[in-house]
Design a protein. Structure first.
Length: 232
């Protein structure tokens, strides 16, 4: 099974779900598959782990990274640039938008409503069942409802990002996959893919995974750790 996404894809999720890491690695995966990829940083909530932190390795791969103007690069302001609007009006093969966490971060998406008229974006909710508020099906559904209300967009698919950072095991990935499978069934939405860090891939029982797996080369790390290197 492989991941095949195109058009406009908006990544949402609760704070700490790992949605930005997912967005960054998804952009690389699709670029290495030969697609023209652009990614826009709309995360105006988290001042640390944002798409812009990985802009150099993304640009080196030929991925167009659209950021706020330089004077606002570290500001938490609702800045919707003409470049972002242009990305939506004229999307590339894959146009990724990384929104902020929770309903607060998703609020900026409501400003895109007019630009999205006539288009059918994929809105993917990233879920880490090991984080507070999304350790239960009910919590995930509540987060989804809040994001939809704030963004004025409907979530169209689920992405599983089960991890405990450095303590993650293959068993965690497999259990997380079962959780998001049940969530997808309960919510009536497709399970688009799950994620797993590259080092864990040989240890995972693929028979237990009901969807494609996005391999993660972790980029958004604390200053004392080294980011992974993207590779096919």
């Amino acid at each position: 099974m492989d991941i095949n996404l195109g058009g406009i894809v908006i990544i949402v999720g609760n704070y700490g779900s790992g949605k930005t890491e997912v967005a960054v690695n998804l952009s690389v995966h699709q670029r290495l598959a030969g697609k023209e990829v652009r990614i826009g940083d709309l995360d105006l909530v988290n001042p640390y782990f944002r798409t812009r932190e990985a802009r150099k390795p993304l640009a080196d791969l030929g991925i167009d990274v659209v950021l706020p103007p330089k004077q606002y690069m570290h500001a938490d302001l609702p800045i919707l640039t003409p470049e972002i609007a242009g990305m939506i009006r004229r999307p590339s093969e894959l146009t990724l938008l990384d929104a902020g966490g929770d309903d607060v971060g998703a609020t900026v998406l409501s400003a895109l409503t007019d630009h999205l008229k006539g288009k059918t974006p994929h809105v993917l909710q990233v879920v880490n069942p090991f984080r507070p508020f999304t350790e239960s099906i009910e919590g995930c559904l509540k987060i989804r409802s809040e994001i939809e209300a704030a963004s004025r967009l409907l979530v169209t698919g689920i992405v599983g990002n089960a991890n405990l950072i450095d303590d993650t095991t293959a068993q965690d990935i497999e259990n997380g996959a079962e959780f998001v499978r049940d969530l997808a069934e309960k919510s009536g939405l497709p399970l688009v893919f799950i994620t797993a860090e590259k080092s864990l891939m040989p240890k995972i029982d693929k028979e237990r995974i009901p969807c494609p797996i996005l391999t993660i080369d972790r980029q958004l790390v604390p200053p004392w750790k080294k980011a992974g290197r993207f590779s096919p």
